[in-house]
Write a protein that binds this ligand. Structure first.
Ligand code: NAD
Length: 295
């Protein structure tokens, strides 16, 4: 197996949402693999903190504004080598029953999660299709497949992101562009602070996971680096949502370990993982994100 599986030397990566949580961990993770990271966030102060930590550069960007996304991505595309990786994490949640949702709250969640993600997919996709290479990674959630009271609108946006990703992956695959979504379970970040501040709620979510705990943001940095890197086996990965219920994660897991190829059948991959790790157990940083049923 090559020793540089995840190396991203001489690659330009833009991380939007880099000022906090998973975005910050992703920026630091990509930088650790050698990428030059442009840390974008609507909050320039927190983006600057992340940029300092990963020897990158900070930029202010608002994903609800298509022009703002266009300006940032075009700037980086003009750097030597072009635009290799775009990661977009911004997401908001207004947790309340659908009957109580106001039109303004609906617009707020849709505007960041769905429309904002569309802006990133569209702008990054156009640039990368022109270059003939690139990897786009956006954030869905386990809520794209499971819901509970109070999560309806957020869940709808996260399911919508998956369908946009699948479609764009099919549209741009022939042009050499990879498009994927990561769908974590419950992760300790400011986004989930509301849940953490209620001990019973916090424990209930932890108890639903196979590890009995929440994930830390840095545990999502591995899947980001995996999808950003372009080793020939991983470069076949496109249009996936990484979560526990999909055969793709099994293929991804075994591929990552070099046990077999992504192209193998679900049953072959499932057998390989079960033989090696036991029933219901996945591997690496994906395991927690994959196994939780929350957020
Ligand atoms: N934390 C979890 O448990 C969890 C679980 C599943 C999915 N997710 C998803 O992962 C992603 C990242 O979540 P997180 O927990 O790191 O969130 P977070 O709130 O910690 O960080 C989000 C970052 O995005 C920035 N941002 C917000 N609006 C923006 C905008 N319009 N333009 C640019 N930047 C903006 C914020 O300033 C912040 O720095 C989200 O899409 C979220 O839905 C999170």
């Amino acid at each position: 197996m090559p020793s540089d599986l995840f190396r991203l030397d001489n690659r330009n990566a833009v991380v939007i949402g880099a000022g906090s949580g998973i975005g910050r961990a992703a920026a630091e993770g990509l930088a650790a693999q050698g990428a030059k990271v442009y840390c974008g966030d609507v909050n320039l102060a927190t983006a600057t903190e992340t940029a300092r930590a990963c020897s990158g550069e900070a930029r202010q960007v608002d994903i609800t504004n298509g022009q703002s996304v266009h300006t940032l991505l075009r700037e980086v595309a003009g750097k030597p080598g072009g635009l290799h990786v775009v990661v977009s994490t911004p997401g908001v949640n207004v947790r309340k029953p659908i009957l109580n949702y106001t039109a303004e709250e609906f617009d707020k969640v849709i505007s960041v999660n769905l429309k904002g993600t569309l802006h990133v997919l569209r702008e990054a996709g156009a640039i990368m299709a022109g270059q003939g290479f690139g990897s786009i990674i956006v954030f869905s959630s386990i809520r794209s497949v499971t819901v509970e009271p109070g999560q309806g609108v957020y869940a709808a946006t996260k399911a919508g992101i998956v369908q946009m990703v699948r479609t764009l992956a099919a549209e741009l695959g022939p042009a050499g562009v990879r498009v994927n979504a990561i769908a974590p379970g419950i992760v300790e970040t400011p986004l989930t602070q509301q849940i953490k501040s209620h001990p019973e709620w916090y424990q209930a979510y932890a108890a639903k996971t196979v590890l009995g705990r929440w994930a830390r943001p840095e545990e999502i940095a591995g899947p980001v680096a995996f999808l950003a890197s372009d080793d020939h086996r991983r470069s076949f990965v496109r249009g996936w949502r990484m979560d526990r219920r999909r055969r793709e994660i099994l293929a991804a897991a075994v591929s990552r370990l070099g046990l077999c190829q992504v192209g193998q059948s679900f049953r072959q991959n499932q057998r390989t993982v079960r033989n090696r790790f036991g029933r219901g157990v996945l591997v690496g940083p994906m395991a927690h994100a994959a196994a939780t049923g929350n957020e």
